[in-house]
Design a protein around this ligand. Sequence first.
Ligand SMILES: Cc1ncc(COP(=O)(O)O)c(C=O)c1O
Length: 379
Amino acid sequence: MGQIHGKSWLEINLAALASNFRKISRVLPPSTQILAVVKANGYGHGARETARTLAEAGCSFFGVARPEEGAALRTGNLRGKILVLSHLDPPDAPLFIRHRLTPVIYRADIARSLSREVSRRGIPSLPVHVKIDSGMGRLGLLPSEVPPFLRELRRFPNLQIEGIMTHLSDSLDREYTNVQRTRFEKTARLFLDAGYRPTYTHSSNSGAILMRNTGNDNMVRPGLALFGAYPEKRLQAKCRLAPVLTWKTRIIHIKKLPSGFRIGYGKGVTNRRPRLIATLPLGYADGYSRNLSNCASVLVRGRRASVLGTVCMDLTTIDVSHIPRICPGEEVTLLGAQGRERITAEELAERAGTIPYEIFTSISAATPRIYQHRPRKPS
Ligand SMILES: Cc1ncc(COP(=O)(O)O)c(C=O)c1O
């Protein structure tokens, strides 16, 4: 890694990703299909590489948030189906067709613009998924909106209802999840009664999968769990997943600070005793949250070292007083394992007052991603 000096980089273990995919498959009923959610640049891990690895592991359905993300995966030659989970802006309809992306619809005007584009291109039909809002209050049809929507849908026979979906608000809360599922299943039945025969129904994210609470669906949509992290710490006992990402940097400078010397911006920390302080070449502009000031650890020579002082825009200071014989150039792990120690995304999230999702997706896109342990293609 000698060439990467003076900044941070990510090492992405693709074999761990493939292994998580297989582990998740094993906790599901055999007929359940996995739609791998690789939005937000594969939760910061790199969408193209992670989707390709998952495809080689047997995944044939992917989820992204925006059509541009789907288009980028297609340009990278991803073959499987790609469901665009979020909103479809009517002017983006051609992008869906050009890149064979599957839209999620929940409004008649969206259906109309798609249907028009499908006719204009002379395509016989376009598969779509319909989103039901069963208790998230965000996107999707409220159950009461479904009957008028079904009447409108009759006017667009070139839209093939391939799936019906909903999104869970708190998949770790069985009671509320059951309320959502009951509403979802009742609403999905209206589509059956109207003569539609969707291939898939889906609602479960990582939490619901790890809670073994995927209802009667035949497709699930894990994201975070594929990357070896858990929506909540207590789920770690449910399935052993392998972390995929390691975030590393190198010490750029070390100095001995006398007692009474201040470290960092603002009131910062006043050194009560002489300390050896190392400076790291990254900060909140790289996605290492400012909330980690004075409360996170990093790993140096397999030992924990505390972040001391405020995380700055592009520099961070750590206390290495207890680690002998280190010099500038020493490798530091910000997230991941070093020796017997490990810093998880869950730990960083807890310290920063956020969730592992935000820890991953905040890592700057400019940070180099190095792909390692590429699993062998099945022969
Ligand atoms: C609609 C939808 N489905 C599935 C997921 C995956 O969730 P998770 O990463 O918790 O598995 C997300 C993520 O936010 C989502 O927005």
